[in-house]
Every structure is written in C-alpha cells, then in structure tokens.
Design a protein around this ligand. Structure first.
Ligand code: ZN
Length: 272
C-alpha cells in the first residue's frame, strides 16, 4: 500500500537525479555549440560590414583617387563614423557585432584592407589590383585547360570547376565573395564578366549590366548581358550570366574605380 502511494506521488529521488544529470549533459553539449554558432554568425555579419566599407571606398576613389576625403565618405556611405588620419589610415567602431574595432588601410597598388581586432579574417580583395585580377584569370584558365569548345565557369554552379576555383583563390588570399564579383562568369580567351548584383533571385532571361575584364588588354568595360537558367553537375538549376554581349554601355578603362562607377550608373539606368 505504502509503495503504491509513493509511486503515485511522482518521481523518486533517483529518477530526479537521473533527469537532472541528463539535462546537465545536454546543456554541457548544447551551450558551447549554441555559443559557437552565435559567434560564427556575428563573424559573418562583421565580414559583410567590412566588405561594404571596402566596396564603398573603391567606389568613392573613382572621383579623385584614394584620398582621406574618399575614405571618410566611404565610411559615411556605409553608415558608420570613424577617425580618418589619411587616405590609408582609419579606425572606426560600432560596425562589428562583437564590438571589434576596424582598421582601414590602402597600399600603393590600391588594395584596401579592412581588418577587425576581434575577427582574424581580412577583407582585401580589390579586383582593381592588377596582380589580384590576373590571379583570378589564371586560376580559371588553369581549370578549363584542355577542355574543348568554349569552356566557362559560373559563380553559382556547385560544379567541381567552380568549387576548385573558389578554394584555390582562397588559398591565395583572394576571396571572391568579399569582392565586387558577387556574380561572375569566366569564359575562355581572357574574358571575365562580373557584377555587384546577386542574380539568383531575378527572373532568368533578364538583362544585367556587368563589368568585362579583358586580361589581354587589361581593360574594364561595362556591358549589358543576358541571364539564363543553367544546370549544374548535380542537375540543380541556377541563374547564370550568358556572357553574350548585348550592348556596350561604357568603353574599356584601365582604372577599375572608374569602371565601378560606370557599372553603378549602368545598374541604376537598368533599375538594379
Ligand atoms: Zn569583427
């Protein structure tokens, strides 16, 4: 009788201890995992904010080159304020979700570096740097070497060639995802098309302005090009640039910042 009553009353002490022990184990496993995921997402936001500052600085430099004023304007364009001592020296706070401070610098060849004292990754891919854009072309050229016809590589494909290119460039310190090449298509014979627009959500067939870099001439021109629905190796459909040159919007220039300003104007004209 007594046993039954005790059973009805609820959990025994042993059962409670077991439950608490299980909960403790779950928390011990789960909390670090949760904190790690949270920190990872903060790091992603930090990288996106630094990419934005870098892009704005390249854009602002199209007017009068890399100057303290251009850097000040780029920081303001990005929605932050900071201390700018000269064209290659600025610090700002408030952009990193983990509370890190940023340092913006630019070297003689125009490569901008935006670093965070809380996050180790460096954002510094400037497609206006002759060495960087040449590495991009060379890496892609190597990937299609020996393939007949007019081989191409697309940014959104999950195919092997795209993955190899992204990995190889990362090893060389070039992160295309933090550059202006949000969407790109490499076509054999020195042609690299890219744009700051993410075309994954637009309707396939729409036309979009892109920068074409011709590595033989070392010139950046702006073209209107088509898009289409492509299939990857694993039969997944994604939007890709056709690389068909529908219309020349701005002629070739050697100054990347100017080409970027032309692209911005073209994107505005076409409603992007
Ligand atoms: Zn940070």
């Amino acid at each position: 009788m007594r046993r039954r009553e005790r059973g009805k009353a609820g959990f025994t002490l042993v059962e409670l201890i077991v439950v608490i022990a299980i909960l403790a184990i779950l928390m011990a496993v789960g909390i670090p995992f949760y904190l790690n995921a949270k920190e990872k997402s903060k790091e992603k936001v930090c990288e996106a904010n630094r990419t934005e500052i870098m892009r704005n600085y390249i854009y602002e430099s199209s007017i009068g080159g890399f100057t303290a004023d251009a850097l000040k304007q780029a920081i303001a364009d990005s929605g932050y304020s900071g201390t700018v001592t000269d064209a290659g020296n600025a610090t700002l706070k408030g952009a990193c979700p983990s509370g890190g401070n940023y340092t913006v610098s630019v070297n003689a060849s125009g490569t901008i570096t935006v670093s965070c004292d809380r996050h180790s990754s460096t954002i510094s891919t400037n497609l206006g740097d002759a060495g960087i854009i040449q590495s991009v072309i060379d890496t892609m050229k190597n990937q299609v070497a020996g393939i007949s016809g007019t081989p191409h590589i697309d940014s959104a494909s999950n195919g092997k060639r795209t993955q190899n290119v992204i990995a190889e460039l990362k090893t060389a310190g070039i992160d295309l995802s933090s550059s202006d090449a949000v969407t790109w298509r490499y076509i054999n014979a020195n042609r690299f098309y890219f744009t700051t627009v993410d075309i994954s959500k637009i309707s396939a067939g729409a036309q979009v302005p892109v920068i074409k870099y011709n590595s033989a001439q070392k010139l950046y021109s702006v073209w209107l090009t088509g898009t289409y629905s492509a299939t990857s190796d694993s039969k997944v459909y994604y939007n890709a640039l056709t690389g068909n040159e529908v219309k020349n919007l701005y002629g070739g220039v050697a100054d990347y910042a100017k080409a970027l300003a032309n692209l911005k104007a073209a994107l505005k004209t076409y409603g992007y």
